[in-house]
Design a protein around this ligand. Structure first.
Ligand code: 6GU
Length: 236
């Protein structure tokens, strides 16, 4: 998988060199390139923003540097046919979920456009959509200062689902948000710690009973903290 990131804070992404993602980069499984949006400006101050038409607070990112940056990544003529998805992280986007991560993990080429200030000129999204699949994606109902932190979170969620990325593929199945349920609670040795006991069923060696207990725990935990994730009760 090829990932291009466009940002005014390229240094921010140096953390990609460490951790699991660093290994995947070295192995060639995932190829990440970070691009400085200001390299596509042509004035002395390397300006990427301007005041909003119609007035209002804050600044809007100018379309021209974005147009040039995206042209340089997509190449001449664009590649709407070649499976490139351009993601613009935005609190105004659709919700990024585990299903979104699974879908994007199958892409050959992802581009992340990190906006700052009050946003990017709307025409950038429209023009990019003539040349690639465009998705505005939000992490949740709160506001970050820019797309960089959201891009890091999305890249981590997506790349760990790329085949060959995780040591034990089973650990991808029995985790929160797979099958629409939260994960069951986990325990390790010692069996008794500070007066707190591991649930006896986990020491029983009865694999069917353990699986049933874990499923029950997932449903109960989901009902308690995230009831909206459960299917609606059937109408009779
Ligand atoms: Cl993707 N971007 C920003 N700026 N804020 C957010 C977000 C994204 N998701 C939640 N809040």
């Amino acid at each position: 998988m090829r990932i291009d990131i466009v940002t005014i804070f390229p240094e921010f992404f140096s953390v990609l060199d460490v951790s699991l993602l660093g290994k995947a980069r070295q192995s060639g499984l995932i190829d990440v390139a970070v691009h400085d949006l200001r390299d596509h400006t042509h004035d002395r101050h390397r300006t990427v923003d301007d005041t909003p038409y119609g007035g209002g607070a804050g600044m809007v990112m100018k379309p021209e540097p974005w147009g040039e940056a995206i042209d340089s990544i997509l190449g001449d003529g664009g590649d709407a046919e070649t499976e490139t998805t351009v993601v613009f992280p935005s609190p105004a986007g659709e919700l990024f979920t585990q299903a979104t991560a699974r879908e994007l993990a199958t892409a050959r080429h992802l581009v992340f456009g990190c906006g700052r200030y009050e946003g990017i000129d709307q025409r950038v999204f429209e023009h990019t959509a003539t040349r690639a699949r465009v998705r505005l994606l939000s992490l949740g109902d709160y506001v970050l200062n820019g797309g960089e932190v959201a891009t890091m979170a999305m890249i981590e969620a997506i790349t760990r689902l790329v085949p060959g990325m995780v040591g034990n593929p089973e650990s991808l199945v029995e985790e929160s948000h797979e099958e629409g349920l939260l994960e069951y609670p986990s325990y390790t040795k010692p069996a008794s710690w500070r007066g707190l006991e591991v649930p006896p069923v986990l020491l029983s060696g009865n694999h069917a009973a353990i699986a049933a207990w874990r499923y029950e725990q997932r449903v109960e935990r989901t009902r308690r903290v995230r009831p909206e994730l459960l299917p609606p009760p059937a109408l009779d």
